[in-house]
Design a binder for this molecule. Structure first.
Ligand SMILES: [Zn+2]
Length: 163
């Protein structure tokens, strides 16, 4: 009887030991980093906006008046977010776009902070804060993606020709 118990215990121990934890893989190929890693890789200003949902003061960012042809990428992970084709001057003091390049590139989250109900926008690849989206934009979408310059990294389009 006790032999049977010991055998059972050994079998249970062996089967538990066999369950080695599988390596954590993100099947969507997203950028997953610890906050410590982000802190090391980003500037203090970028960390505050991208990871702490901060907001840069209006009319201070490097892209609110920027009108070159090209692509705006996520400053944290490099994902393609917005095209200069959808950028317009909203007068808000932040870079404004009427649409994202790819709807799947931007995640929308309800944000109830500061006693307001707003829709926060985040980079779908790395979950970094970009800004907010408001329903007062121009056609064809009627949306205003209000984005912090700090969250963006602009690259001129290679085929842009200026006379
Ligand atoms: Zn990102």
């Amino acid at each position: 009887m006790s032999n049977l118990l010991i055998t059972l215990l050994i079998l249970i121990t062996l089967s538990l030991a066999g369950q080695t934890p599988k390596s954590v893989m993100n099947k969507n190929n997203n950028t997953v980093k610890t906050e410590e890693q982000w802190k090391q890789e980003l500037t203090a200003e970028q960390y505050n906006v991208l990871r702490n949902c901060g907001t840069e003061p209006p009319f201070t960012g490097k892209y609110y008046k920027h009108d070159e042809q090209g692509i705006y990428y996520c400053a944290a992970c490099g994902a393609r977010l917005f095209s200069s084709d959808s950028k317009y001057n909203s007068g808000s003091g932040w870079p404004s776009f009427y649409e994202a390049m790819d709807k799947k590139a931007v995640t929308e989250v309800v944000d109830n902070s500061f006693g307001m109900k707003r829709i926060e926008i985040k980079c779908a690849s790395c979950n970094s804060h970009l800004g907010h989206v408001f329903p007062d934009g121009p056609q064809p979408t009627g949306l205003r993606f209000c984005v912090n310059s700090t969250s963006l990294d602009f690259k001129k389009s290679s085929e842009s020709k200026k006379d």
